[in-house]
Design a protein around this ligand. Sequence first.
Ligand code: CP
Length: 320
Amino acid sequence: MTDQRRSDGSLRHLLTLADLNRDELEMLLERAQHHVRRRGDAAPRSDVLAGITVANLFTEPSTRTRVSFELAARRLGADVVNLEMQLSSRVKGESMLDTVFTLESLHVDVFVVRDAEAGVPALVADNVGPAVSVLSAGEAHLSHPTQGLLDVLTILQRKGSCEQLAVAIVGDIRHSRVARSAWQALRTLGVGELRLVAPPALMPAAEEFAGCRRYDSIDDGIRGVDVVMMLRIQRERFADADIPAGDAYFERYGLTPARLALAQRDAIVMHPQPMNRGVEIDSVVADGPQSVIRDQVTNGVAVRMAVLETLATRPAPRRG
Ligand code: CP
């Protein structure tokens, strides 16, 4: 496994939240909260990453993660390169590593990598020079660490702490990197209870998500919870599965106002997006007063600023 840390123990890469300790998570979350601004307020700016170049290498589609990494880097004073993969020499057969080596020769300091294939962010991290950092922006179904951080930040903003909370993750958990990263962060922060709600075909393997209670019924799974995290069915990650088709999925697993009423009165509703309204969530809920879905997006920039400044800031030059 790729070591995310430098020899002095500081974080160099962010590929997974699985081995971050509580202090590291809390430091990143505290730093992110420092960057949060209410909608309408001026965006925070600094030049802490002046002279640093960040390259976004996304081989899977993205709206939120790519834009917020770009905004975060620019607001910290970095230069940003967005490689359009379908217009790059990748389509002529150039490998990911040769693309990375080319960009390294152009003095890229930070690679932000999204890929459908497991292991690609680690492959890049294992092959770049010692001063270069790699941040996963989503790796297959395995890991989406900055999404996990922004999800936890959103929960903490509304609930204060995780320890007393019951959280339900609902939907296609088997194929979800969002669920895995959220679980890793919530576990480390001592969440009270995590429930998994999914049709059997979309439930993760038994050896994953140790200690979580599993439900087929959404009504049973969200009863009394403080947080409901809805997930999209990730049809791009499987060919076929035994799941209710069409409207039947919404009837059995969709989050409606009536179902949300089974959770705590002050429960919050989350969704990493993109969401399929009328499939996993009713628009009345997605746009309703308990929804924090837009806060999640806003927090994405603050989290990515915190991660970039923590990992990519150059050490001050030695005097003398
Ligand atoms: N939540 C998330 O990863 O969204 P994007 O795919 O738009 O980046």
